[in-house]
Ligand binder design. Sequence first.
Ligand SMILES: Nc1ncnc2c1ncn2[C@@H]1O[C@H](COP(=O)(O)OP(=O)(O)OP(=O)(O)O)[C@@H](O)[C@H]1O
Ligand SMILES: [Mg+2]
Length: 281
Amino acid sequence: MPIELKNISYTYSKGTPFSKRGLGDFNFRVDDGEWIAVMGPTGSGKSTLLQHLNGLLKPDRGEVLLNGANIHSSASALREARRKVGFVFQYPEHQLFGGTVFEEVAYGPENFGYAASDVEETVKTAMEAAGLDFITYKDRSPHELSGGEKRRVALAGVLAVNPQVIALDEPTAGLDPAGQKMLLQTINELNKAHGITVIWVTHEISEIAALADRLLVLNQGRTVLEGSVREKLEHPLLNELGLDVPVAVTVARGLRKNGRLVDGRPVTVEEIKREILRLVR
Ligand SMILES: Nc1ncnc2c1ncn2[C@@H]1O[C@H](COP(=O)(O)OP(=O)(O)OP(=O)(O)O)[C@@H](O)[C@H]1O
Ligand SMILES: [Mg+2]
């Protein structure tokens, strides 16, 4: 289920003195099973891009194609996009409105016509996959949970409708290290074992540098860098834009500058450690 954005332009508050360009002449394609990391300075258009993928925002110009069909061509096409492309917001409270966690997670399955008898099992499975114990959390109010728990509820709500693409907007922000690790494992399993496409917006690329396939860097509503994560993380533009580069990449650069031959393109601490040990041996 590839997604294509063709010449998308989107301006907020168009025609007012406050108008602000979100995306300009934007082209992008996501193929099945890819994991795409999206980076860019604050205000570069990352969240705007994500909201176009499942039709939360409608482009002023251009088309969003899901499996070749324009998602804004009909109500049913839009519904299909909403179901196939799950979205975890940057601020999870923006997407939580159920009275209880159960109701929240059941919303999707109920609205997409799951048989009532299947809903409980579906909710349970989705909650457990998102790291929420069913009995402990099902009757709690989503509004009285911690930031990390809210994010898990939002993720469970997305998983409950069995999406083929999951778009996550800075999903680890505000999570403790254990919570971050768990989320990464969950998403990695969905991607590697179930072939779910992942689009992950982050300011901290280190955590997914070894997991993601492709890097997309935005600036001022446009793509300024795109390609293999390992390759593009070495690009000086990242530093110029003030973006985070993994420590391993910086160390490898330093080693090379000092005439050391670093093998491959290390992006994790483990990988650069191996290289350093090899060099000092
Ligand atoms: N609701 C809105 N109304 C008006 N302008 C907006 C709105 N949302 C975003 N913008 C503007 O559109 C541009 C892109 O915003 P966007 O939220 O996509 O950035 P971002 O890359 O996600 O940033 P961040 O890293 O801070 O989340 C920014 O200039 C921003 O000020
Ligand atoms: Mg954003």
